[in-house]
Design a protein around this ligand. Structure first.
Ligand code: TYD
Length: 346
């Protein structure tokens, strides 16, 4: 299949592109805007491959998308381009609406006009909102609570409307928290691993008892490929790792793997509107023959080893744009700790 993957220089996108080209033998055009978290190094090994092209550009660039779809005779589109970090969405919500809603809309419309055969929108379990108990099912009402998850929910709904309205064959995947090599170190696991490697504090939000379901990036990519190829048009598919853990347990496990003391964990002021728990019912994609294959223990260890062995990947990131972000997001929090910021009314 000739596939356009957007956001293929990002974390999930780069693993996905490699899988599609090398393992599955597809022809892939990788369209990536190379914003702060997009990184050419993530797919450098594919440069020059006969079934791979990299294009630097934005999903919202309608003439560019139009010409790529024609020129490469694209049959399938996977939209993995997105602004993804909740904390950034709290300080800059506009860029999330722009990429995750408007950008998705432009890509969808061009794909429909080009009569692309299948379109997969890569989304997130965060669109269901915080789930205190039970598991989210694909037909649940969406209740996003951050500008990030609200923007993704907008993208999902717009995508699904193309099936209802035009019978344009779209699918939506809703993945749980994904981890693995090449993840930009603003996210929980790579931030904590790289901080711990430098004996820096690990800023754990609130009481650290929020729960996430961790999904290995290779399992997530296998699910995405399966949905693109075998999913039913107009359908949504949850994708979870089956590894629900409290954040504090993950932090302590990472420290144990690194041989670092638990005292590096610092409870800090919580994220506003912090979702307590996400959990997805995955029976629908299980029925399509997909199951996660990576145990959390093995996946976490492999991830920690990768960051240990690839300082040349993450050190330049942490000393660049990231530095100002980290300072703005964490300096005050780490200075005050939790007691000062949560003393109100207590
Ligand atoms: P994150 O990786 O940002 O993913 P998401 O918010 O999309 O689930 O965060 C995962 C969990 O870790 C979430 O409950 C927030 C928490 N967290 C911290 O406690 N400290 C941090 O510095 C970060 C980035 C996240």
């Amino acid at each position: 299949m000739n596939i356009l993957v957007t956001g293929g220089a990002g974390f999930i996108g780069s693993h996905l592109v490699r899988r599609l080209v090398v393992q599955s033998g597809h022809y892939v055009v990788n369209l990536d805007a190379l914003k702060y978290s997009g990184n050419r190094a993530n797919t450098q090994d594919l440069d020059g491959h006969a079934r791979y092209r990299f294009v630097h550009g934005d999903i919202a660039d309608q003439p560019l998308v139009h010409s790529l779809l024609q020129e490469h005779e694209i049959e399938g589109v996977i939209n993995a381009a997105a602004e993804t970090h909740v904390d950034r969405s709290i300080v800059d919500p506009g860029s999330f609406a722009k990429t995750d809603v408007v950008g998705t809309g432009i890509l969808l419309e061009e794909a429909r006009r080009a009569r692309v055969k299948r379109f997969l929108q890569v989304s997130t379990d965060e669109v269901y909102g915080s789930v205190e108990a039970g598991m989210s099912r694909e037909e649940d009402v969406l209740a996003p609570r951050s500008p990030y998850s609200a923007s993704k929910a907008g993208g999902d709904l717009l995508t699904l409307s193309y099936w209802t309205t035009y019978r344009f064959p779209v699918m939506v995947s809703r993945g749980s928290n994904t981890y693995g090599p090449n993840q930009y170190p603003e996210k929980f696991i790579p931030l904590f691993v790289t901080n711990a490697l430098d004996d820096q504090p690990l800023p754990l939000y609130g009481d650290g008892r929020q729960r996430r379901d961790w999904l290995a990036v290779e399992d997530h990519c296998a699910a995405i490929e399966r949905i693109l190829l075998n999913g039913e048009p107009g359908e949504v598919y949850n994708v979870g790792g089956g590894n629900e853990r409290e954040n504090i347990a993950v932090a302590e496990r990472l420290l144990a793997l690194l041989g670092k003391p638990k005292s590096l964990v610092r409870l800090v002021e919580d994220r506003p509107g912090h979702d307590r728990r996400y959990a997805v019912d995955c029976r629908k994609i299980n029925r399509m023959g997909w199951q996660p294959t990576v145990s959390f223990d093995a996946g976490l260890k492999a991830t920690v080893d990768w960051y240990r062995q690839n300082e040349s990947w993450w050190r330049p990131i942490k000393s660049g744009e990231f530095r100002a972000y980290y300072e703005a997001m964490y300096a005050q929090r780490l200075k005050e700790g939790l007691s000062a910021s949560s003393s109100c009314g207590s």
